[in-house]
Structures are given as structure tokens and as C-alpha cells.
Ligand binder design. Structure first.
Ligand code: ARG
Length: 387
């Protein structure tokens, strides 16, 4: 792979294969089974699609199929604990947008609609799919809102260590890095056959929450912050044999994602040693449980801060219960709920949440979201620009 500087080779992905008929059939049949009152009956719709594929090598989803497909992709996401609300996903059909500037406008609109002044709404923007002679546009960022990370020559790390590679990539493309702890990374938008282009996100579209603790001022004084909206932007949405490589989607945060992972993982902000020191905890031995105590206070601070700022967030106890409600509801409708135990169980207090005490079905059901190697490479700054 070319890890060198951005050379500006046009992005020319391989021609996508013709949609697999079994996937087409499975999806359209599912759609009709769950929405029986269609103007075009199932058999006729399948014949229509088969003709389109024979003629053009692909087919188009109707707006209703697209909406259903995106919602079911969420419903089938085995790592997501928040699926109870899958029916409420707002689906923005952006398939007509192809120029980077136009895509940029739609991404801005996504942030505006989803943030909704703190009353976060689950939203997905679906851009053009891969098609013969018309590959899809992509965004390199793993999420629409992420903080930069910098490694200094002496080894010192500033910002989000998880994004050092991506930050270096956008600097090579000309991004002027402020060098701070919470710098908003720009978007890299790439249309097929074109060079990747940088776009700064308008500041007023990004809602952030300053992290404070209800009764430990030293945590407040750390000056931490986090963004309100997690928008995953590098996963491919797969519906009925059609691939949508650019389909950014968001829900709202569960506190532990920030308080037990983003601010805590050794390869992210790695803050537990600082928090422990500020709290005056005895770090001389693991048995004092200084890590656990610091971790709990950090999570208290995250939930408290979002609530105080009027930004929607959820805690892992409530969300675990909701997930089991979701499971029961889905099963009563005769559906399997694929789930990955190691992702569903929260990273703190696992055993005192009900999702811990059982096993789950691990089926890979489509529609779904997938992370491809090339997308991962782009998002970590290991991107071959000429692929
Ligand atoms: N864990 C990721 C993050 O902290 C976000 C994943 C999606 N989370 C969600 N609540 N929808 O940035």
C-alpha cells in the first residue's frame, strides 16, 4: 500500500459485481412480508428488478425499499445495544448528489437535523450506491465528528491518539493543524475519478459538551469535552445486493462510550492515571482499585454533563434493560435478534446489567453495515489514494 504523501491519483474502484440474485430476492421478499400493502406486488417487482439488472447491471431501490433497508440494517447490527428504536430512523435519500461540494452540503444538513439542538434524532444519509461505470463517492473519516491526535517527536501525544494516522493524512493534504487536545478534524470527501477534497465543518453545526462533575471540582477543572453526536461514516450499507459505501448514520451516545472508552482506552485519551491523581487515589497497587474508582467518577461526570447541557444521552443500565425489551418484542414478531455479547455488554459494571447473563444468536443477517479494509485504511491514514 502507498502510505506516502497524497499523490492525487484519481480514485477508481473496481467495477462492482452484478447484485447477487439471492440477496435481491431475500430483501424484496422481506420488504413485502413486513409491508404487505404494496402498489406493485412482489412477483411483479422481482420481474421488474430482474429486467433492470439484465439491461443495466444494477437496479434502483424505491424510496420505501431504501427506508426499510436502512432501518433493517440497523435492526441487524449485532454490536448495537440501542436497537429498540430502529423503526424511528430518519432516512435521507441523497442518491442524486455526486459532486463533493454537494455532498458536503448534505453532510452539514445531516448534522443539523440529527443534532436538533441536543434532542438528538437517529438519522442516516444514503448517497449513491456502487454501480457499473458509476462507482460511489466516499468520505474517508471514520465518523463525521472526531478529534485530531498528534504524536510529537519526543513521544508525547496530544489529543485523540486513535486519530494520529488520519490527522497525519489530512495534514499531508494541506490541513492546518491547531495542535490542541480537541481539534475538529476536517472531512475528506472523494468523488469517483477525482482527488480527495478537504472541507472544514462549520463550527456552529458541532454541538459539544464541556465535562463537569457534580461534586468533584478537580474533574471539572481538567477541561475535558466531548461532541454530542456519534456519526459513523466509513461503513458500507448493504441492501438487497446493492452497496452504499457512503451512508453516514447516527444515534445518541451511551455514556460509557465516552467515559469508559474514548477518554480511557490506552490508545485513545488514556486519562485514568490523571483522574486518579486528581482524586488523590493511592495508585501504588492495583488492589486499591484506583482505576475502577476513577472510571466510575469519569462516567458520572459524562452523564451529568450531557444532562446539564440538555443533550440526549443514555446510561448503560437503562440501555441494557431496553435492549432486552427489544429482544422480547422482536422475538414475539418471529424475528431473530443477532447480537455480539462482547459488544453488547457495557465496558463498566457488565455483571450488574441484565444483558450479561445470557447468550445471543450470532447470525449475519442482511441488510447490514460492513467495514471494508479499504475504508479502514482510509480512516487510519494508511490509504492508497490510487485505489
Ligand atoms: N463508540 C463510538 C464513539 O464513541 C460510537 C459508536 C456508535 N454509538 C452510538 N451511540 N450510536 O464515538
Amino acid at each position: 500500500m502507498d502510505t506516502g504523501s497524497h499523490t492525487g491519483h484519481p480514485y477508481q474502484p473496481p467495477t462492482p459485481p452484478v447484485p447477487a440474485w439471492t440477496e435481491v430476492e431475500e430483501f424484496v421478499t422481506l420488504f413485502h412480508a413486513e409491508h404487505p400493502d404494496q402498489p406493485v406486488p412482489l412477483g411483479m417487482r422481482l420481474r421488474q428488478i430482474r429486467e433492470r439488472i439484465e439491461l443495466t447491471g444494477t437496479y434502483h431501490h424505491t424510496p420505501a425499499e431504501l427506508e426499510f433497508g436502512a432501518r433493517v440494517a440497523w435492526r441487524n447490527s449485532s454490536r448495537c445495544i440501542g436497537r429498540l428504536y430502529w423503526r424511528s430512523l430518519r432516512v435521507l435519500d441523497r442518491r442524486a448528489a455526486t459532486a463533493p461540494a454537494e455532498i458536503y452540503g448534505h453532510l452539514c444538513e445531516h448534522l443539523r437535523l440529527a443534532t436538533n439542538g441536543g434532542r438528538i434524532r437517529p438519522v442516516i444519509s444514503v448517497f449513491a450506491p456502487d454501480a457499473p461505470r458509476r462507482p460511489a463517492p466516499v468520505v474517508w473519516n471514520s465518523q463525521l465528528i472526531r478529534y485530531a491526535g498528534y504524536q510529537h517527536p519526543d513521544g508525547m501525544i496530544i489529543g485523540d491518539a486513535g486519530h494520529i494516522g488520519f490527522t497525519e493524512a489530512v495534514r499531508r493534504m494541506g490541513w492546518q493543524a491547531p495542535g490542541g487536545w480537541f481539534d475538529m478534524l476536517p472531512w475528506v470527501i472523494q468523488a469517483p475519478g477525482d482527488k480527495p477534497q478537504l472541507f472544514d465543518i462549520p463550527r456552529d453545526l458541532i454541538l459539544e459538551v464541556p465535562i463537569s462533575h457534580p461534586d468533584l471540582p478537580s474533574i471539572t477543572e481538567l477541561g475535558l469535552r466531548w461532541h454530542a453526536l456519534p456519526v459513523i461514516s466509513h461503513m458500507r450499507l448493504s441492501i438487497g445486493g446493492i452497496d452504499y459505501p457512503l451512508a453516514p448514520f447516527n444515534g445518541w451516545y451511551m455514556g460509557t462510550e465516552i467515559g469508559a472508552r474514548n477518554l480511557v482506552d490506552p490508545d485513545r485519551y488514556d486519562l485514568l492515571p490523571f483522574v486518579a491523581e486528581l482524586l488523590g487515589l493511592d495508585t501504588s497497587s492495583e488492589e486499591t482499585m484506583w482505576r475502577d474508582r476513577a472510571l466510575v467518577e469519569l462516567n458520572v461526570a459524562v452523564l451529568h454533563s450531557f444532562r446539564a447541557a440538555g443533550v440526549k444521552i443514555t446510561d448503560h443500565h437503562t440501555e441494557s434493560r431496553r435492549f432486552l425489551t427489544h429482544l422480547a418484542r422482536e422475538e414475539s414478531e418471529g424475528r431473530i435478534v443477532p447480537a455480539d455479547w462482547s459488544w453488547i455488554v457495557p465496558p463498566v459494571s457488565g455483571g450488574i446489567t441484565p444483558v450479561f447473563h445470557r447468550y445471543y444468536d450470532e447470525a449475519d443477517q442482511r441488510p447490514n453495515f460492513y467495514l471494508d479494509d479499504l475504508a479502514r485504511a482510509r480512516a487510519t491514514g494508511r490509504c492508497p489514494v490510487d485505489h
